[in-house]
Design a protein around this ligand. Structure first.
Ligand code: NAD
Length: 488
């Protein structure tokens, strides 16, 4: 069955190209999918444009749009096992993590399904009896939705659900490395009764299948999640036709541990912060800032536990962490560690590929801790997107805040302390879109997600996540028109 979904029809790429998808854990063939080129994407944009301009989706009552999203949430629940398996095969992540993701994805559709109907506009009080004035919300138009490989369907849901809730049409381009759950989602949208042309899917590489989404005049909005360099490129491309742009980019996220923190909790969460999904998480707590007086004890214990983390494939129930997504990504992480060591970091654990026949065909890299780092090192500034923790020391609260803010990024981070006033003071001064206090990684669909500084702009999830996909239109009606006589 072909994999591109354009104008309600499944079809192959115009030039009939395909791509093999292999599991990062063992190199086994997961599937062969159609690989779109720029011409396929232009057709998908045209279909989305027609579906927007000729309706019915943009003018479907918001409550009905919400109902469709709620049906999709149920279908995601029905297909949870197949979706989780497909996500694990494409990404190499542990099955249990994929299962959590599918629950989160269904919740995201549920949240936007309910939000769709909740806020439809407002009356504006003008103080003039002969005027009625109101603000209504309308969809932006054709949305280009471009997503990465680390949480393939989750990142897709964060865009597809609010875009549909607001009445837009879209072209989705998921990462070329992890296409299978996006294909499955299109089938669920079809099954739920979405009209043809509203949802379109192109698979393929960024520079070919993705590029028209950035500069095509029929695209009204680009919502992108991925790396900083790609985000900059898309923003520049979108400037030509002044598209609305939302960017969710990288992070180099600080995890601040004060000496008065609960030791067990802080060690446990520092490990989860950075080693979850082998560090391939945008909000990964990859920079540990630990108070000087606690440093030795804390880092010794963290290294002891990090060294014991068991690596393995997605279906190995004993595994605590999986492979990296590709050979190229592992090479990038290795180069990053080598640079850190050349800059003077001290290797405390990891730093070399694991040995053993079970690791040979996969892209494994062990949890790695680089101690005695300082914020002028590139290893501290650049995003590795792998299981690599840098450790810096601080001795005063103000110094912790200064170091934490000393990167171009501003996505997320945490502070661990038992002093509530200190926690709140520090949280208030961190230039981050999300701050966790005595916790790491949780999020809820009701609260916004997004970055400060070069981690991007625009928000996902929460009420502002929906607002990204709407235009506010002011309609002023003169109920008693008569000549004004200014130029009589
Ligand atoms: P990437 O920038 O390489 O690719 C992301 C997507 O953009 C892919 O679908 C890719 O094919 C596409 N793309 C690449 N070039 C393009 C072009 N010229 N035109 C249009 N599309 C193009 O990122 P990645 O390696 O897939 O993902 C990892 C990055 O994503 C990390 O930096 C991570 O921090 C970031 N990320 C951020 C968040 C967040 O919420 N802020 C969430 C997840 C991942």
């Amino acid at each position: 069955m072909p994999d591109l979904f354009i104008d309600g029809t499944w079809r192959s790429a115009l030039d009939e190209r395909t791509r093999e998808i292999r599991c990062p854990a063992d190199g086994s063939l997961v599937g062969v999918v159609d690989e779109a080129g720029g011409k396929d994407t232009v057709e998908a944009i045209a279909a989305a444009r027609r579906a927007f301009d000729e309706g019915p989706w943009p003018t479907t009552p918001a409550a009905d749009r919400g109902d469709l999203l709620l049906r999709v949430a149920d279908l995601l629940g029905r297909d949870k096992d197949a979706l989780a398996r497909a996500e694990s095969l494409d990404t190499g992540k542990r099955l249990v993590e994929s299962e959590y993701d599918i629950d989160d994805i269904a919740n995201c559709f549920r949240y936007f399904g309910r939000a769709a109907a909740a806020e439809t506009g407002r009356v504006v009080e003008t103080g003039t009896a002969s005027v009625d004035s109101r603000v209504v919300y309308e969809p932006v138009g054709v949305c280009a939705l471009i997503t990465p490989w680390n949480y393939p369907l989750l990142q897709t849901a964060w865009k597809v659900a609010p875009a549909l809730a607001a009445g837009n049409t879209f072209v989705l381009k998921p990462s070329e490395l992890t296409p299978h759950t996006a294909i499955h989602l299109m089938r669920l949208l079809e099954e739920a009764g979405l009209p043809p042309g509203v949802a379109n899917l192109v698979l393929g590489a960024g520079p070919e299948a993705g590029a028209p989404l950035g500069d095509h005049p029929d695209v009204d909005l680009v919502s992108f999640t991925g790396g900083l360099q790609t985000g900059r490129r898309l923003m520049a491309a979108a400037a030509g036709t002044v598209k609305k742009v939302a960017l969710e980019l990288g992070g180099k996220n600080p995890n601040i541990v004060f000496a008065d923190a609960d030791f067990e909790t802080a060690v446990d969460m520092a490990l989860t912060a950075v080693f979850l999904h082998s560090g391939q998480v945008c909000s990964s707590g990859a920079r540990l800032l630990v108070e000087d007086s606690l440093h030795d004890r804390f880092v010794d214990e963290l290294v002891r536990r990090a060294s014991r983390i068991r690596l393995g494939g997605p279906f190995d129930e004993r595994a605590q962490s999986g492979p990296l997504v590709s050979a190229a990504h592992r090479a990038k992480v290795e180069a990053y560690v080598a640079k850190g060591l050349a800059e003077g970091a001290v290797l405390r654990c990891g730093g070399a590929r694991p040995s053993g026949p079970e690791f040979e065909a996969g892209f494994y890299y062990p949890p790695t801790v680089l101690d005695e780092c300082s914020s002028d090192m590139s290893v501290v500034q650049d995003e590795s997107f792998g299981p690599v923790l840098t450790v810096e020391r601080f001795s005063r609260e103000a110094e912790a805040v200064r170091l934490a803010n000393d990167t171009i990024y501003g996505l997320a981070g945490a502070v661990f302390t038992t002093d509530e006033a200190k926690a709140q003071r520090v949280a208030a001064r961190l230039r981050l879109g999300t701050v966790w206090i005595n916790d790491y990684h949780p999020y809820v669909p009701q609260a916004e997600w997004g970055g400060f500084k070069q981690s991007g702009f625009g928000r996902e999830l929460g009420p502002s996540g929906l607002a990204e996909y709407r235009e506010a239109k002011h309609i002023w009606r003169n109920t008693n028109p008569s000549p004004q006589g200014w130029f009589a």
